[in-house]
Design a protein around this ligand. Structure first.
Ligand code: GLN
Length: 292
């Protein structure tokens, strides 16, 4: 918005919304409120009660800089540097996989089963954690003695560390850099009550068809599950039983068409009481099993 001087917040909101919707960004109202609120330090609920407030040219320039990036499909969570997951705050940074709302289904399914079991969990493992959302939210809600989180990407582990500090679970969180189960080779990290993982599970052929935000900006290593999407899952399942306590719970996020195949892989790996949990769109989203 070159040349736009001082204006009211309501004019700025209209202008931003127009720019975003003309670039095909939707829902433009929500994104407008989030970007403008972020720059002005206002909660979304406060924005409209202050609609007549004056906005300085400097504030406008910062907002429009972010809007330009967003119009180029740069993901909103990277722009804002934060996102919410399981009602907890998380820091986010370019290069690290962005938390998806569907992943809350995985976390909720684990919490429900642990609570139904009636026994406290002592050790949790989150493999390929990305920004740490799964392990850290389980640490907050289940209060284990130890959560081990691993990721192949050092940047991801650094963001996960920041998020463990932000959510005050750093004292119980052990962060490790490495691929799949490699970081656990040292041997002390075993006897887990719960093992969780949101692996890369998108079929390689489907990656070009993903939204531009994902395809162009998110780390491929966090998405690409090989030709059938199951390469990562298939690679680690055989090793999981040996690090799981008897009766321990395993939960993986999966793609919508992968339920029956992943269930079969769980059973083949000797896991019992295997179940598929669907998401709000009634699509297969999570597979759970137990070490018998
Ligand atoms: N659900 C994610 C997506 O389609 C994929 C996540 C993953 O591979 N873990 O963007």
């Amino acid at each position: 918005m070159g040349g736009m001087g001082e204006c009211s917040l309501s004019v700025l909101l209209l202008h931003v919304r127009y720019r975003l919707s003309s670039a095909g960004i939707s829902p433009s109202v929500v994104e407008t409120e989030m970007i403008v609120g972020h720059v002005l330090g206002l909660k979304r609920s406060e924005i409209y009660s202050q609609a007549q407030r004056r906005v300085t040219p400097e504030e406008t320039a910062v907002v429009m800089g972010l809007v330009e990036l967003r119009m180029g499909r740069f993901p909103l969570q990277y722009l804002l540097g934060e996102c919410e997951f399981m009602s907890l705050p998380f820091t986010m940074r370019e290069g690290v996989f962005i938390a998806r709302p569907e992943t809350e289904i995985l976390v909720e399914a684990v919490i429900e089963r642990v609570e139904a079991g009636g026994k406290p969990v002592r050790r949790i493992l989150d493999i390929a954690t990305g920004s740490g959302i799964i392990g850290i939210s389980l640490a907050r809600y289940l209060k284990p003695d130890l959560v081990v989180v691993t990721d192949i990407c050092r940047d991801a582990v650094e963001i996960a560390r920041a998020n463990a500090i932000l959510n005050r679970v750093e004292p119980v969180t052990q962060l490790m850099v490495g691929d799949r189960l490699d970081p656990l080779r040292q041997g002390w990290a075993t006897g887990f009550d719960v093992v969780v993982c949101n692996p890369p599970y998108v079929e390689t052929d489907e990656i070009p068809g993903l939204e531009p935000e994902i395809r162009a900006f998110e780390p491929l290593v966090a998405l690409d599950g090989g030709p059938d999407g199951l390469r990562f899952i298939d690679g680690i399942l055989p090793g999981i039983s040996s690090i799981l306590k008897e009766g321990g719970l395993v939960a993986f996020e999966i793609g919508a068409t992968q339920g029956p195949r992943v269930k079969a892989l769980f059973e083949h790996a000797g896991l019992a009481r295997v179940e598929i949990v669907k998401d709000l769109a009634r699509l297969d989203r999570v597979v759970l099993g137990r070490r018998s």
